[in-house]
Design a protein around this ligand. Structure first.
Ligand code: CO
Ligand code: CO
Ligand code: CO
Length: 326
């Protein structure tokens, strides 16, 4: 949700240890503890996007952890957040959700400290995650420079495909592929960046690729140029777009109104997929151009076979922060 109006004019305390706050649309806040250590803190929870409770738990936790990886951090502990209709869904379903989440924490090497639950009519689940990062090695949204190359590590299309799934229209093999992708930690992708010069990074979630790229461009004072034809898409994503486009697609487009230039030579469906809201999407990495090929081949031959070079950073041209070009 865009909260600008509600956040304006609040009393604020300033603290020189806040290294990343809310002004740069970053994935997480970063707070310096000492010259060589800072806390990375984030919270994320949402309503189910798949029916299988175990899969929902895995996806929700992979999504929550991702914001720490997207800051270049290492997650260390978690607190669960749960809103649950116990009378309606029962203990077994809850166990399966928490089990799925715990599997992901174990895989990430992250300990669960506890959590909080309330009775609610609608199920919501997620977590607050704390991580650590060296203050000199934070991947903020604000560091992208003209000439840098954009690499995306996961496929695009989870919004439209989960919508098709809800309508009972998604092919089984595609359902498995989408759930696998959303359950995959961004840990290995972040690890593959070790030694590379990452100027900025974010993970692609609710605002869609376009929205998150736009926020990054805004924070960095640059323009981001994306080639939609270069996007790694889930097979069939374009085909599902006509009937299963999400409501978020429209709001994400409105969010960038007047700041995004869509070239008419790009097929409309490809434009639309740039605004598709993602859940537990990939890392959008902004890397020094000279290192892009090496990083891309490391990602593709390793943890992220779908990783692709999708565009570059250019100097800001007026109000336009995002260009979608052929
Ligand atoms: Co994020
Ligand atoms: Co988030
Ligand atoms: Co970041």
């Amino acid at each position: 949700m865009e909260l600008h109006g509600a956040l304006a004019g609040l009393p604020v305390l300033s603290d020189s240890n806040v290294l990343v706050g809310s002004s740069t649309y970053d994935d997480a806040g970063v707070y310096r503890l000492s010259a060589d250590m800072a806390l990375v803190q984030t919270v994320d929870f949402f309503t189910p996007i798949v029916d299988d409770p175990g899969a929902f738990g895995r996806i929700a936790m992979a999504n929550a952890l991702s914001d720490v990886y997207a800051m270049g951090g290492r997650p260390i502990n978690a607190l669960n957040i749960l809103c649950y209709p116990i009378g309606e869904l029962g203990m077994e379903t809850l166990h399966d959700i928490l089990h799925g989440a715990a599997e992901k924490l174990k895989e990430a090497g992250v300990v669960l400290l506890g959590g909080h639950s309330v009775q609610d009519k609608e199920l919501k689940f997620g977590a607050a995650i704390t991580g650590l990062v060296h203050p000199d090695r934070i991947w903020t949204n604000a560091g992208a420079k003209p000439g840098d190359v954009l690499i995306l590590t996961k496929r695009i299309g989870t919004g439209v495909l989960c919508n098709a799934l809800k309508a009972g229209k998604l092919a089984k093999d595609l359902e498995r592929e989408v759930i696998d992708s959303m359950s995959t930690l961004n840990a290995a992708a972040a690890k593959a960046c070790e030694g590379a010069t990452i100027h900025a990074c974010t993970d692609v979630t609710g605002f869609g690729l376009a929205g998150h790229a736009g926020q990054m461009a805004e924070a960095s004072g640059v323009t981001i140029r994306i080639r939609p034809s270069a996007l790694p898409l889930f097979p069939g994503a374009e085909g599902y777009m006509a009937e299963h486009r999400t409501r978020g697609n429209r709001t994400n487009r409105a969010y960038l109104a007047g700041r995004c230039q869509e070239d008419p030579a790009v097929p409309q469906t490809l434009h639309d997929l740039c605004f598709d809201p993602q859940t537990s999407g990939g890392l959008l990495l902004v890397v020094l151009a000279a290192e892009a090929d090496a990083l891309l081949s490391r990602l593709r031959s390793g943890p992220c076979p779908a990783a692709a070079r999708i565009g570059e950073v250019v100097a800001r041209a007026g109000a336009i922060v995002l260009e979608l070009v052929p």
